[in-house]
Design a protein around this ligand. Structure first.
Ligand code: AMP
Length: 188
């Protein structure tokens, strides 16, 4: 016999697969950096790997910037860029995917601020504030770094960093940091 009450009950939407956020894609921004090996090639390889992430589509890519090292100074200049993407990956799943790309790129962690083949940071995840045991968004050191703020201002000038303001406004406070804008990161 058909249970008519049950047949009228709304069917709940299927839960998204683990690691995926439900609803519309979220605009996230990723910071890329490298100063060992062939840094520009490694940035391009990381960009290609990010473009292959599931449920993720690249929206814009900044120029490459060359910046002086911070913290530990006895190392080569860094090459940096920022990528904006639309993704359905949840924040932790996105970070895990970025860490896997770093590992594939040969990233090791000898000490804080050490030179590196590739570094990927989750800078922004929409307007969300994320405070998980191994993930803080906005990235905790974002506002101190010209090599993040300038490329971010280039590709997302209208964005607001939750609790902090615009990238261009924040960049005024780090105007003394040595940084130079180079050519396009995206292969044309
Ligand atoms: P790093 O040596 O700078 O690449 O730091 C990587 C570690 O920082 C990772 O193991 C993450 O768990 C942690 N972390 C916390 N928040 C973030 C973030 N927003 N983006 C990237 N790494 C993060």
């Amino acid at each position: 016999m058909i249970d008519s009450a049950a047949s009228l009950r709304p069917v709940p939407a299927p839960a998204p697969p683990t690691g995926f956020a439900s609803g519309a894609p979220v605009r996230a921004c990723i910071g890329l950096g490298a100063n060992l090996g062939d840094p520009v090639a490694q940035l391009r390889a990381a960009l290609a790997a990010i473009a292959r992430l599931p449920s993720t589509c690249i929206v814009s890519v900044s120029s490459i910037y060359r910046s002086a090292p911070v913290g530990y100074l006895d190392q080569p200049d860094f090459y940096n860029a920022v990528v904006a993407l639309d993704t359905r990956l949840a924040p932790q799943a996105l970070l895990d995917a970025l860490l896997a790309i770093e590992q594939e790129g040969g990233r090791t962690r000898e000490f804080r601020n050490a030179p590196r083949l590739i570094d990927l940071d989750l800078l922004l995840y929409g307007d969300q504030v994320v405070d998980l045991p191994h993930l803080t968004v906005p990235h905790p050191r974002l506002a101190d770094r010209a090599f993040v703020l300038l490329p971010l201002a280039e590709i997302a000038p209208g964005c607001t960093i939750p609790g902090l303001g615009s990238p261009a406004g924040l960049a005024l406070a780090v105007a003394g940091q040595a940084i130079e804008r180079l050519g396009a990161l995206e292969a044309r």
